[in-house]
Design a protein around this ligand. Structure first.
Ligand code: SF4
Length: 724
C-alpha cells in the first residue's frame, strides 16, 4: 500500500459539475483520486474522467520551457521549428510584438481568448490585461461556442443566464425535462442525481432529444424530434397549456409581461402543426405539456443540443416562454438550467472573459460601470465599445482587421466550426501567442508558446455550473519551468505597460490568488460575500452572495428577475441553414463521449485514450444497410467544407438519416465538416446540423490490417454509477 506524501482537496478540472476530489500525491505524482463523501456537489461520486483522467498532468509532452518559433520567414502552413527560450526572452518578445501592434494598428487589432479551464483569478487578470493594457474588449472564450444561445435567450427573457437551481435540488425533483443533453456522458455525476430523482422519488422525467441517449431509459415520456425542430415543439406545448388553461395566472400577472401578445402568436402552433415539423406525435406533445404544466414543481435542464444552433437564442426563448407561463421559476425544484460544459466556463464568463461585460455581467458600455473599473485599475481609460466574439475574431483575421491573437488555454483550431476556414484565417495573422500546458493544434502555428501550470500546480477558484465558487489547490510543483497563468500575465502586463509608456500602473503586484479574488470581489457586488476563508470553512458558496453574512443563493428568482418582469417573446420558426439533399443526404450532429473532453488536449494524453482511442461515426442500422456498411468499416465523411476518414459504429442511438461524430479527435476532426453560420444574436455556430455524405473507403495509410474490433463503448453502463 502506497503511503501518500499528502492528500489535497481540489476541484475536478474537466466538466462543469465541479466535483470535489481528494488528490493522493507521492513523489510529486498524483497516483489516486477519491471523492469525499461529505462534500457538495458530488457527495462521493466521480465519473471516469475525474477518477482516472488526471494522469495528463504529468504526461511527458507537458511544456516545460517557453518556445519561440524560428522559421517565421516561412508561411504558418509549414510545420513550425521551435527553440527553447528563457522566460525573460519570451515575455520580452511577446511584449515587444503586442506593444508594437497596439501602437501601429490600435488595441482593437488584437484578438484574445480567455480560458474556461483556467481559474477565476487567471481570467480576471486576463481580461484586465486585455482591457486596461491592450485597450480593447476583444476578449471572448469557448462559452461562445457552447452556451451563447442559452445566455442570450435567458438574458432576453429574465435578465440572468446562469442555472436557476443547485445540483443539490436535483434528487428531490418532482417533474423535469432534459433536452439536448446526453447528460450521462457530458455531466455524469449530475445524471446520477437526476436518475435518483426518478428511481427513489418517482419523479416524472420527459426527455426531448433526437438521440436515444441513456436518460431516455429513465423517462416517462421521450419525444424524439427531428434535429433542428425544437422551437415548433416547445411552441406547441405552450399552445396546449394556453388552450387547456393550464398556465399559472397569478405568476403571469404578477411577474411577467407580453403574455397576451405571445398567446396570439401561438394560435397556429397546434400539436398537429408541430407533428408535421418535428415528427413527434401530437398526442405525445399534449401529454408532455400537461405533465409539465400540472406539476407542483418542474425544472428544465438542457445542453448544447439547444444552444449550439443558428437559432439557439430562439430555442432558449421557447423554453423560457413555457417556464414563465407555467410559473415554474423562483422555487426549489423549478427553473431554467443550461448545464455548463467546461469546469470553469461559468467562472470565466463571471470573471469578465466576454467582449461586452466586466465581472458578473457589468456592461462595458455603461459609463458608471466603466468609471468604477477605471478607478479600481489605477485610473486607466477603458474602451467603451464591446469587442469581437470568437467567431468574429476568426473572420477579422481573414479580413486583415485582426493582426495578432493571444490564446490562453483554448484551441480554436479544434473548436471553431469549418476548421479549414479557421486555419486559413489564423495563418494570415502577424503574431500568435499561446499560453498552455501542451502544444495543441493552435499552438502548432504560434510564434511563441508560454508554458502554464495545470490546475494541480496552482491555487485559485473555479465556479461550477450551479454558480458554486470552490477552491482549486496547489498539489504539486509546476512541471518544468511552467508558471501559473496569473503570474505570467502579471509579468507580461508590466512589460507591455512599460513599452506603451503608461504613466499609471494598473497594479500587477499580487502575492497569491487570494489577493486577486479580493480585488475581483471589491468590484463585483455578486461576489462580495465570498472570501477564501469562507471557502475553506464551507467548501463552496453559490453567488450571488452580496455580504459575508449572506448564505449564498442556491436557487434564483425567489423575489424577482434581474430584468424586472420575465418577458414572453413571440417566435418565428427558423429553418436550418443547411439541410440534406441528394449530394449530401445525411444530417451531421456532433458532441461528446464519456471518456473524452472537448478538443482532447487533456484526455488524449491520459489512460482514457486507451479506452476510446479513435473517432467514430455513429450510423443508424437502416442507413448502414443501404450503404452496405458494418461496424468497423472505414468511411469518408464529406461536407461542402471538407472531409475526414474514420470508422463506422452502427447503432440505433441516432435516428435514421442522422449521423453523429464526437469532436475530440484531431485526426478526424468533426469541425472540418461543420458550418460556420452563426445565430445572429448570440453568434454561436450551428454545430448540431449540417449536411454530409458518407462513402466506404480504404483504411488510411498505416491503419491497414491493424484495426482492433470496434466496441460500442457508449453502451457500457455509466462508470460513475458503478463506482458509486
Ligand atoms: Fe469531473 Fe465532471 Fe466527472 Fe465530476 S462529473 S468527475 S466534475 S468530469
Amino acid at each position: 500500500m502506497i503511503q501518500p506524501d499528502r492528500v489535497v482537496r481540489s476541484t475536478c478540472p474537466y466538466c462543469g459539475v465541479g466535483c470535489q476530489v481528494d488528490l493522493y500525491v507521492k513523489d510529486d505524482h498524483i497516483y489516486r483520486v477519491e471523492a469525499p463523501f461529505d462534500a457538495a456537489p458530488n457527495y462521493g461520486m466521480l465519473c471516469v474522467k475525474g477518477r482516472f483522467g488526471m494522469d495528463y498532468v504529468t504526461h511527458p509532452s507537458r511544456l516545460r520551457k517557453p518556445l519561440i518559433r524560428t522559421n517565421t520567414d516561412e508561411p504558418r502552413s509549414v510545420p513550425s521549428v521551435w527553440r527553447e527560450a528563457s522566460w525573460e526572452e519570451a515575455l520580452d518578445l511577446v511584449a515587444d510584438k503586442l506593444a508594437g501592434i497596439v501602437r501601429q494598428y490600435g488595441g482593437d487589432s488584437i484578438a484574445t481568448y480567455a480560458c474556461a479551464k483556467a481559474t477565476n483569478e487567471d481570467n480576471y487578470l486576463f481580461q484586465k490585461f486585455v482591457r486596461a493594457v491592450l485597450g480593447t474588449n476583444n476578449v471572448d472564450h469557448c462559452a461562445r461556442l457552447c452556451h451563447a444561445g442559452s445566455v442570450t435567450g435567458l438574458q432576453l427573457a429574465i435578465g440572468s443566464s446562469a442555472m436557476s437551481n443547485s445540483i443539490a435540488e436535483m434528487e428531490h425533483l418532482d417533474t423535469f425535462i432534459v433536452t439536448g443533453s446526453n447528460t450521462t456522458e457530458t455531466h455524469p455525476v449530475i445524471s446520477n442525481f437526476l436518475k435518483r430523482a426518478v428511481r427513489k422519488n418517482g419523479a416524472t422525467l420527459i426527455v426531448i432529444d433526437p438521440r436515444r441517449v441513456e436518460m431516455t431509459e429513465y423517462a416517462t415520456l421521450w419525444l424524439r424530434q427531428k434535429p433542428g425542430s425544437d422551437v415548433a415543439l416547445w411552441q406547441a406545448m405552450a399552445h396546449v397549456v394556453v388552450k387547456e388553461k393550464l398556465y399559472n395566472e397569478d405568476f403571469v400577472n404578477e411577474r411577467t409581461e407580453g403574455f397576451a401578445e405571445y398567446v396570439e402568436s401561438l394560435e397556429h402552433a397546434t400539436p398537429e402543426w408541430a407533428e408535421a415539423i418535428t415528427g413527434v406525435p401530437a398526442g405525445d406533445i399534449r401529454r408532455a405539456a400537461r405533465l409539465y404544466a400540472k406539476a407542483k414543481a418542474a425544472a428544465i435542464y438542457w445542453g448544447m443540443g439547444i444552444s449550439q444552433s443558428t437559432h439557439g437564442t430562439e430555442n432558449t426563448l421557447a423554453i423560457a416562454n413555457l417556464a414563465l407561463m407555467c410559473g415554474h421559476l423562483g422555487r426549489p425544484g423549478t427553473g431554467l438550467n443550461p448545464l455548463r460544459g467546461q469546469n470553469n466556463v461559468q467562472g470565466c464568463s463571471d470573471s469578465g472573459g466576454l467582449p461586452n461585460v466586466f465581472t458578473a455581467y457589468q456592461r462595458v458600455d455603461d459609463e458608471a460601470t466603466r468609471q468604477k473599473f477605471e478607478q479600481a485599475w489605477g485610473g486607466v481609460r477603458l474602451n467603451p465599445t464591446p469587442g469581437l466574439t470568437v467567431t468574429e475574431m476568426v473572420d477579422g483575421a481573414l479580413a486583415g482587421a485582426i493582426k495578432a491573437m493571444y490564446v490562453m488555454g483554448e484551441n480554436p483550431l479544434m473548436s471553431e466550426p469549418n476548421l479549414n476556414h479557421a486555419r486559413h484565417a489564423l495563418e494570415e495573422l502577424d503574431f500568435i501567442v499561446c499560453q498552455d500546458i501542451f502544444i495543441n493544434e493552435t499552438g502548432a502555428i504560434a510564434d511563441v508558446i508560454l508554458p502554464s501550470a495545470s490546475f494541480a500546480e496552482k491555487d485559485g477558484t473555479f465556479t461550477n455550473s450551479d454558480r458554486r465558487v470552490q477552491r482549486v489547490r496547489k498539489v504539486i510543483a509546476p512541471i518544468g519551468e511552467s508558471r501559473p497563468d496569473w503570474e505570467i500575465l502579471c509579468d507580461l502586463a508590466k512589460r507591455v505597460e512599460t513599452r506603451l509608456g503608461f504613466e499609471t500602473s494598473a497594479g500587477w503586484e499580487y502575492g497569491h490568488p487570494a489577493e486577486i479574488w479580493d480585488e475581483m470581489r471589491r468590484v463585483t457586488p455578486a461576489f462580495q460575500g465570498i472570501t477564501y476563508e469562507r471557502l475553506e470553512r464551507e467548501g463552496g458558496v453559490h453567488w450571488p452572495c452580496p455580504a459575508e453574512d449572506h448564505p449564498g443563493t442556491p436557487y434564483l428568482f425567489e423575489e424577482g428577475f434581474p430584468r424586472g418582469r420575465g418577458k414572453f417573446w413571440p417566435l418565428e420558426l427558423n429553418r436550418e441553414r443547411e439541410l440534406p439533399d441528394e449530394e449530401y443526404p445525411f444530417i451531421l450532429s456532433t458532441g461528446r463521449v464519456l471518456y473524452h473532453w472537448h478538443g482532447g488536449t487533456m484526455t488524449r494524453r491520459s489512460r482514457l485514450d486507451d479506452i476510446w482511442p479513435e473517432a467514430i461515426v455513429e450510423m443508424h442500422p437502416d442507413d448502414a444497410g443501404t450503404l452496405g456498411l458494418q461496424t468497423g468499416d472505414w468511411v469518408k465523411v464529406s461536407s461542402r467544407r471538407g472531409q475526414i476518414t474514420l470508422r463506422v459504429l452502427v447503432t440505433g442511438r441516432s435516428p435514421a438519416g442522422t449521423v453523429f461524430i464526437p469532436f475530440h479527435f484531431a485526426e478526424a476532426a468533426a469541425n472540418v465538416l461543420t458550418l460556420n453560420e452563426v445565430d445572429p444574436r448570440a453568434k454561436i455556430p450551428g454545430y448540431k446540423v449540417c449536411a454530409v455524405r458518407v462513402e466506404k473507403t480504404a483504411p488510411p495509410e498505416g491503419r491497414e490490417g491493424l484495426d482492433v474490433p470496434l466496441v460500442d463503448r457508449g453502451a457500457i453502463k455509466d462508470m460513475a454509477e458503478q463506482i458509486h
